[in-house]
Write a protein that binds this ligand. Structure first.
Ligand SMILES: O=C(CO)[C@H](O)[C@H](O)COP(=O)(O)O
Length: 263
């Protein structure tokens, strides 16, 4: 749907120009996601190797990159998709693809997130693609995160929404119980994620996901991250600490851009 609202409008620039206020307009969450995605694609330059994220926000960025390629406004882009779903979408919009073996250093990755804290730490993986996302985004010189304002939180992981952990299917109950015990001090429940017909959800890497529901913030995230990763059976978790270079946040009042600083 066409937006009457300028998707590339930044709040602070607006006041400097003293532009007349647009009439109040309620944007849907999907429109806000699209606004953030379009803004992020402004960082893309011809010749770049791009990490292509997964999810309903990243999908808008992939569509936009495909559109700019078709219009000849971008050239020589190579995309590295973070999931099979994004791979299919990117091919369908004409983005040439490759992988991390061929391109171990990526110029720019653009992806959504489930939660973002004031230090730009993220929770990702409620869409199930956290492992490939972490590999690809961790290999990126710049990682731009795109969210609508509902994703901004004070503390990641303590919001009663899930912190996803990818585990091997072998004796998954054993690993899920170890995770629950490890995090029980934070009011933790550990639930195996289910997919179609009540069967376990299987990631692109053939693994399962345990969703950890916490009701307290985890304090030192680095310590908890290391403890989770040390458990045998755990492949990766959805905390992306100190990885985002920039977060683009679309809200009713415009777009905010937060850059990583030395905190
Ligand atoms: O981490 C992810 C997938 O693994 C997504 O980026 C995250 O879940 C946000 O999704 P959406 O843009 O649909 O809100």
């Amino acid at each position: 749907m066409a937006l009457a609202y300028d998707p590339l409008f930044i709040t602070s620039e607006k006041s400097a120009m003293e532009a007349p206020s647009p009439p109040p307009m309620i944007l849907t969450q999907d429109e806000l996601k699209r606004i953030a995605a379009f803004k992020a694609v402004e960082f893309v330059e011809s010749g770049m190797v791009l990490g292509l994220g997964t999810g309903s926000t990243a999908k808008h960025a992939v569509d936009r990159i495909g559109e700019l390629l078709r219009q000849g406004k971008l050239e020589n882009i190579v995309g590295i998709p973070t999931s099979k779903k994004t791979q299919e979408q990117a091919l369908s919009v004409g983005i040439p693809l490759s992988d991390l073996d061929a391109h171990p250093v990526i110029d720019l990755s653009i992806d959504g997130a489930d939660e973002v804290d004031p230090f730009l730490n993220l929770v990702k993986g409620r869409g199930g693609s956290l492992l490939r996302e972490k590999m690809i985004e961790g290999a990126s010189k710049k990682f731009v995160v795109i969210v609508d304002e509902s994703k901004m939180v004070k503390h990641i992981g303590g919001s009663k929404l899930a912190l996803p952990v990818e585990i091997v299917p072998f004796c998954w109950k054993f690993t899920a119980e170890k995770l629950r015990k490890l995090l029980e001090g934070y009011g933790c429940e550990a639930n195996l994620r289910l997919g179609e017909k009540g069967k376990p959800f299987v990631t692109d890497n053939g693994n399962y996901i345990v969703d950890m529901y916490l009701d307290k913030d985890m304090g030192d995230l680095k310590v908890v991250s290391d403890e989770i990763l040390r458990l045998p059976g755990v492949v990766e978790h959805g905390m992306f600490l100190d990885m985002a270079s920039t977060v683009i946040i679309a809200g009713e009042l415009g777009v905010k851009i937060k850059n990583k600083q030395a905190f």
